[in-house]
Design a protein around this ligand. Structure first.
Ligand code: ZN
Length: 665
């Protein structure tokens, strides 16, 4: 089987701004798509880079008092660094200031000129220097630019024009032949309506500045930035060079390209670019995918509003994979989404720490505890409906995740994967391996359960790989399984006898308030990485006899604590699995509880209030991060919460209907 070529691009980023979360998002989306295609065995070419010409860059460099080339080098390298920081698997990084790109842009110009689709004229109009576009009079909003709200200036200059007006019918015919040319559909409709409304010729050169690619045979003109920038997608393939491999590259990767971008540059990609290519005798791109904007507090992130999130701050606190997960999960393709600290914190603790992190540590821990860290053999014919349902769900999820990637719906793919994680959690809870482990008669069922839990995790690790490649590596290290592609991925194929690696916390919960997060992003100083060390209990009872700390307040009543102090106490829901009276003790009961990540022993002073058998099956609240203590020779890990009136017996606090491991706050 020969590998299918798959060429994907981000837009090249304009160097008037430093990279922020918006650039990070586009690049991560492209990266996830590229990785998924590699997993499917495709021959992937993934390109990103920087767009460096134009008046705005020239002016910014002047303002900064440095050479424009030095300015371009500096900002471009920040984008290159972004790719490193975000674990981007791009095959190349292109800069429009490179000689190879000058050659390609001049070559396409010559071809379009030779076809008679470029002519010289005069242009006069309202020009926005921020967006580097002439704005038609009818689109001005109160005399200002409709895109950025900035001032527009009247500009008249000699200019070359591209005969875009000639391409209305050909573009509409092209759209008819490729009904999935532009995703999402509603944006394709907007573009069609725009083209149906008639097209005006496009000014494609400037004489008012010099920072650009000279027009062939008329170096007083530099190319208008879009004519220059869009050509980068061909530069990558060697277009315009005399490199002997160039034509092979062109025929291999063109026109089957996927251009990914934010929605505001859809028109340039879906209208101008195909028309330029048609004029040059080339086939337009196969596919345009336009995503929405990240909003902050309901407004588009923008430098002038000052609500731009720095990806570095979030990667510093949550880790790279968590940020990649949040961005791809939170924004359905094509829609706008809100970037909120609360949302990322919730997703981290709920989806990653609780759902994914717990099921992994629980499964791997049990395999170590009950099967010496080796994946057991499953005895033939022991599978029940419960196991079959899990295997079938995994197979269905593999197929549906692949289908979601086919249409670039990574948000849906992650949702589907998390449904499987939920099912696996239920499967474990239902089987109760910690109970099975007590009885030698249940050994075969325990083998079966642990095998399928580990096997399903193996599938999950593969499915999250395009979005969370580092986590996949770490999960595989714990499972002891090798890297695997998506082509042969199937459930129930884990090798029995596989030796597991040690358990490590994958996503330790982040006990941090959104206020702390906000303070962090306001100052742009990375906050310390969360520690995985257990937090010492802080709830020391204050009694009348206790000596007052120096400078302590003398106000009567209980001491007030902050929300953060409260959050240091890790209150969790746990289910009582077994209970027995501690011998020679009137008050103490020894309990085995399921805390969501495994089993733990707690000794509680409730024997006078409850018979041990009354306790089994109850869902209680425990202090999960209490320092271990020995009571009557038994190590107690945590404390069970109970209420008691003065002189009365304690009554357990129970929370029915909440799964073990859930946080109480
Ligand atoms: Zn503007």
């Amino acid at each position: 089987m020969t590998a299918q070529p798959f060429y994907i691009t981000t837009p090249i980023y304009y160097i008037n701004a430093r990279p922020h979360i918006g650039h990070a998002y586009t690049t991560i989306v492209a990266d996830a798509i590229a990785r998924s295609r590699r997993l499917l065995g495709d021959d992937v070419l993934f390109l990103t880079g920087t767009d460096e010409h134009g008046q705005k860059v020239e002016r910014a460099a002047q303002k900064a008092g440095i050479e424009v080339t030095a300015f371009a080098d500096e900002v471009s390298s920040a984008f290159r660094q972004m790719c490193v920081d975000l674990g981007i698997s791009n095959d190349d990084f292109i800069r429009t200031t490179e000689p190879r790109h000058h050659r390609a842009a001049q070559e396409i110009w010559r071809r379009v000129m030779a076809a008679g689709d470029i002519y010289k004229g005069h242009y006069e109009g309202w020009y926005c220097t921020v967006d580097e576009v002439f704005v038609p009079e009818t689109q001005l909003v109160d005399g200002a630019c409709p895109t950025c709200g900035g001032k527009v200036e009247r500009l008249q200059e000699e200019s070359y024009y591209f005969r875009l007006s000639r391409y209305q019918d050909r573009l509409l015919e092209f759209y008819r032949q490729l009904p999935d040319f532009l995703q999402p559909d509603f944006r394709f409709n907007e573009i069609r309506t725009f083209v149906e409304g008639g097209l005006q010729d496009l000014s494609v050169s400037r004489t008012s500045f010099t920072w650009g690619i000279p027009v062939p045979d008329d170096p007083r003109h530099v190319m208008y930035v879009w004519f220059d920038a869009l050509t980068n997608y061909l530069t990558e393939l060697g277009f315009g060079s005399d490199d002997p491999g160039a034509s092979d590259r062109m025929s291999r990767y063109w026109p089957g390209v996927t251009h990914l971008m934010a929605k505001e540059i859809t028109r340039q990609h879906a209208v101008y670019w195909p028309a330029f290519l048609m004029a040059a005798g080339l086939t337009p791109p196969r596919r345009i995918v336009a995503h929405g904007f990240w909003l902050m507090g309901g407004a588009k992130m923008s430098k002038s509003v000052g609500n731009v999130a720095r990806y570095q701050d979030y990667v510093g606190v949550f880790g790279l994979d968590a940020v990649r997960y949040f961005l791809l999960r939170e924004m359905p393709l094509g829609q706008d989404a809100n970037f909120a600290d609360e949302a990322i914190l919730t997703r981290f603790n709920a989806d990653l720490a609780n759902d994914l992190g717990n099921v992994i540590s629980r499964t791997v821990t049990m395999l170590h505890r009950y099967r010496d860290g080796v994946v057991p053999e499953v005895a033939p014919g022991t599978r029940t409906a419960l196991d079959t349902a899990l295997v079938e769900a995994a197979a269905t999820t593999i197929a549906s995740v692949r289908a979601s990637y086919d249409t670039f719906q990574m948000s849906v793919a992650l949702q589907q994967t998390w449904e499987l994680i939920g099912l696996l959690n239920k499967y474990i809870v239902e089987r109760e391996p910690w109970k099975l482990a007590k009885s030698p008669a249940s050994a075969a069922v325990l083998d079966l359960t642990l095998y399928h839990a580990a096997d399903t995790l193996r599938v999950i690790a593969a499915l999250i790989e395009p979005v969370m490649p580092q986590s996949t590596v770490r999960i595989r290290a714990m499972l002891g399984t090798p890297a695997e592609s998506w082509t042969g991925l199937a459930p129930a194929s884990l090798q029995a006898g596989t030796r597991l690696g040690p358990v490590e916390p994958l996503f330790p919960r982040i006990e941090r308030t959104t206020e702390e997060l906000r303070a962090m992003s306001d100052t742009s100083t990375p906050a310390p990485v969360p520690t995985t060390e257990p937090v010492a209990p802080v709830h020391v009872p204050v009694t009348a006899e206790a000596p007052a700390a120096p400078g302590a307040s003398v106000t009567a009543g209980p001491e007030l604590i902050s929300y953060d102090d409260f959050m240091k106490v890790d209150l969790r829901v746990a289910r009582v699995l077994r209970a027995e009276q501690v011998p020679k003790s009137k008050k103490l009961v020894k309990l085995a509880v399921d805390d969501g990540s495994g089993e733990r022993t707690i000794v509680a002073g409730i024997a006078e209030a409850y018979q041990p058998e009354q306790l089994v099956g109850r869902t209680v609240v425990i202090v999960a991060n209490l320092k271990p203590a020995k009571l009557m020779g038994i190590e107690s890990n945590g404390m069970i919460l109970a209420g008691s009136a003065e002189g009365a017996l304690p009554t357990l606090i129970t929370v029915d209907g909440v799964p073990p491991g859930a946080r109480v706050r």
